[in-house]
Design a protein around this ligand. Structure first.
Ligand code: ADP
Length: 396
C-alpha cells in the first residue's frame, strides 16, 4: 500500500523551523509534487518521509504503518536525486541490479526485474554500456531503473531533472509521467519549478516558509488559488497583484474601480485592505471587450514595453499620469507585484509601444484576497456586463 500521511509534522534545526505543522494525505498511486521557492522546506519534508531525518514533532505513516522512527531500509521506498550517482566502473545491468545483488536475490529474479525496468525505461540494447557511454537522459533513466527494480511502495524524487538541459528536461517530464502511470506507484516529486509541477502532477502541494499553502490539482491551484502566495507563485508570467480598498461595495484602486456584489461576497465589513489578482490573459484591450461575457469598465493606460514571444505578445502597461504605478503598498515579496500591469494579447494584435490604450478585465476571472492575511475571499464581483464606457481613471 503506497498511501502516505504526514500528521502535523514539524522539523526544527536550532532556531530554524524548516517545516511547520505539515499535514499531507496522499492516496495510493498519486503523483504529488512538493513545490515552492528554494529553502521553503520541500527537501526536508521529503527526507522525513524517506527516514533520512526525524521530525521534531508529528508522525509519518505509510499505508497503515507508522514509520516516523523507522530507518529508510524498513520503509520500502526508493529515492532518486538530482545528482545521478551511478557506479562508473559498472555497466548498465550491474548498476540497475546492484541493490538486488547486495540483497542476494536469485539470479532469475534479478534478471526478470531488470528486464522489466529496462523495457519500461526503453534502455533495451544498452545493458553492456558503461555510464560514460550514455547521454545525460539515459544516465538518469538508469538511476530510475535502480529505483524501479526494488518494487517500492513509494518513489521519492528530489529535483531529478535539475541537471539536464532544458530540452531534455521537458522530454524527461513526459517520460517520468509515462513510467509512473505504467508502474502505478505513489510518487512524491520535489521541484522549485512550478511549470514542472503543473505539467506532471495529479496534485501539487505548494509550500512557503515551511508551511503548506494549498494542496490541489494543478488547475485548481491556478484557477482558485487559496491565497496570495499561491496566486503569485503558480502561473508564468505571474498573476498581476493590485492593492486597493473596499468602500460602499466597490473595490477602489488608483487606476480603476470594480463593483463588488456585497450580497454574495464574503468580505468582512471591517476588512482593511483587499488585493485584486488578475492573470495577464484575463486583461484585454477594450477594443475587443465585446468578446467577453463580463468585462469590467474600461480604464486607460500607456503601453510601456511589448514582448512578442511567438504565440502571444506580452504587453507591459504603465498607469496614467498622476498614478505612480499599478501597485500600492510596500509589500514586495510576492511575485506578480509589479510597477506595471501585464496583459497578453494575440500575436497579430496591432499595438505599439508608447500608445495609450483602454483596457478591461474579465470580471469573472478576477481574484480577491484579504491584503493582510493574503487569504482568498469569495468572488462576489458583480458579473453583469457593464456597457457604459468611461475612459477616465477612477470612474472606470
Ligand atoms: P528546499 O528543499 O525547499 O530548498 P530545505 O528543506 O532544504 O528547503 O530547507 C528548509 C530550511 O531548513 C532552510 O532554511 C534550510 O537552510 C534549513 N535547513 C535544511 N537542512 C538543514 C540542516 N541540516 N541544518 C540546518 N538547517 C537546515
Amino acid at each position: 500500500m503506497g498511501s502516505l500521511r504526514l500528521d502535523q509534522v514539524t522539523k526544527r534545526y536550532d532556531d530554524v523551523v524548516a517545516v511547520n505543522d505539515m499535514k499531507l494525505d496522499i492516496r495510493d498511486s498519486e503523483f504529488i509534487s512538493l513545490v515552492g521557492p528554494s529553502g521553503c522546506g520541500k527537501s526536508t519534508t521529503l527526507k522525513m518521509i524517506g527516514g533520512l531525518t526525524t521530525p521534531t514533532k508529528g508522525s509519518v505513516h505509510i499505508g497503515d504503518r507508522e514509520v516516523t522512527h523507522l530507518p529508510p531500509k524498513d520503509r520500502n521506498l526508493a529515492m532518486v536525486f538530482q545528482n545521478i550517482a551511478l557506479f562508473p566502473h559498472m555497466n548498465v545491468y550491474d548498476n540497475i541490479s546492484y541493490g538486488l545483488r547486495v540483497r542476494k536475490r536469485d539470479k532469475s529474479e534479478i534478471d526478470e526485474r531488470v528486464n522489466r525496468a529496462v523495457g519500461i525505461l526503453q534502455l533495451e540494447g544498452m545493458l553492456d554500456r558503461m555510464p560514460s557511454e550514455l547521454s545525460g537522459g539515459q544516465r538518469q533513466r538508469v538511476a530510475i531503473g535502480r529505483a524501479i527494480v526494488r518494487n517500492p511502495d513509494i518513489f521519492l524524487m528530489d529535483e531529478p531533472l535539475a541537471n539536464l538541459d532544458a530540452k531534455l528536461r521537458v522530454h524527461m517530464r513526459t517520460e517520468l509521467q509515462r513510467i509512473q502511470r505504467q508502474l502505478d506507484v505513489t510518487t512524491i516529486y520535489v521541484t522549485h519549478d512550478q511549470e514542472e509541477a503543473m505539467t506532471m502532477s495529479d496534485r501539487i502541494a505548494v509550500i512557503n516558509g515551511g508551511e503548506l499553502q494549498q494542496i490541489a490539482p494543478p488547475l485548481i491551484c491556478y484557477n482558485e488559488p487559496a491565497n496570495l502566495f499561491v496566486a503569485g507563485f503558480i502561473g508564468s508570467p505571474s498573476m498581476n497583484i493590485l492593492e486597493g480598498e473596499t468602500r460602499d461595495g466597490t473595490l477602489r484602486h488608483k487606476s480603476f474601480d470594480i463593483v463588488i456584489d456585497t450580497s454574495t461576497a464574503n468580505i468582512p465589513p471591517d476588512i482593511e485592505g483587499v488585493t485584486l489578482g488578475i492573470r495577464p490573459e484575463d486583461v484585454y484591450p477594450a477594443a475587443i471587450d465585446s468578446e467577453l461575457a463580463s468585462p469590467s469598465r474600461r480604464f486607460s493606460a500607456t503601453i510601456d514595453v511589448l514582448e512578442p514571444v511567438g504565440e502571444k505578445i506580452f504587453v507591459y502597461l504603465k498607469a496614467d499620469d498622476g498614478v505612480e504605478d499599478f501597485s500600492v503598498g510596500d509589500v514586495d515579496d510576492i511575485e506578480g507585484r509589479h510597477e506595471s500591469l501585464l496583459m497578453s494579447v494575440e500575436p497579430d494584435y496591432d499595438i505599439e509601444e508608447g500608445e495609450r490604450i483602454d483596457v478591461v478585465f474579465d470580471r469573472s476571472k478576477i481574484h480577491l484576497f484579504e491584503t493582510i492575511s493574503g487569504n482568498a475571499l469569495d468572488h462576489g464581483i458583480d458579473d453583469r456586463p457593464t456597457t457604459e464606457s468611461t475612459p477616465n481613471k477612477n470612474v472606470s
